[in-house]
Design a protein around this ligand. Structure first.
Ligand SMILES: [Zn+2]
Ligand SMILES: [Zn+2]
Length: 112
């Protein structure tokens, strides 16, 4: 997923290098998702950078995802290479959580 402008400042200066290392050295150009995204792709996702996606057929552009969704946390074990499909699905979980939190807060505040 592209980095939103308001989040760009939260990434470390060497993020492009860190991200490159994760995607092309550690992951060797293949999505590292083992099902964290919620899709069952039978083990590691087979999507490879620059090749047609095994499910969607569109060209894969690997991204680097944060397991805890926190851009400042760039320890290698908090990062994994993810194809668009896995990254979107993985982040969608967070969006659902945020929405649930917002709803709960609104309820507590008596707004709904
Ligand atoms: Zn994937
Ligand atoms: Zn996945």
């Amino acid at each position: 997923m592209p980095i939103r402008p308001e989040e760009r400042a939260r990434y470390p200066k060497d993020w492009p290098m860190v991200s490159w290392h994760i995607r092309f050295e550690r992951a060797a150009g293949q999505c590292e998702c083992l099902g964290e995204c919620g899709h069952d792709h039978g083990g590691r996702c087979a999507a490879r950078h620059g090749e047609p996606h095994p499910v969607t057929g569109s060209k894969v552009v690997l991204t680097t995802a944060h397991r805890d969704h926190t851009p400042e946390h760039c320890a290698y074990d908090n990062l994994f290479a993810a194809c668009q499909r896995c990254h979107l699905a993985y982040d969608a979980d967070r969006h659902r959580e945020n929405a649930a939190r917002t709803r709960a807060a609104r309820r507590r505040a008596g707004l709904t």
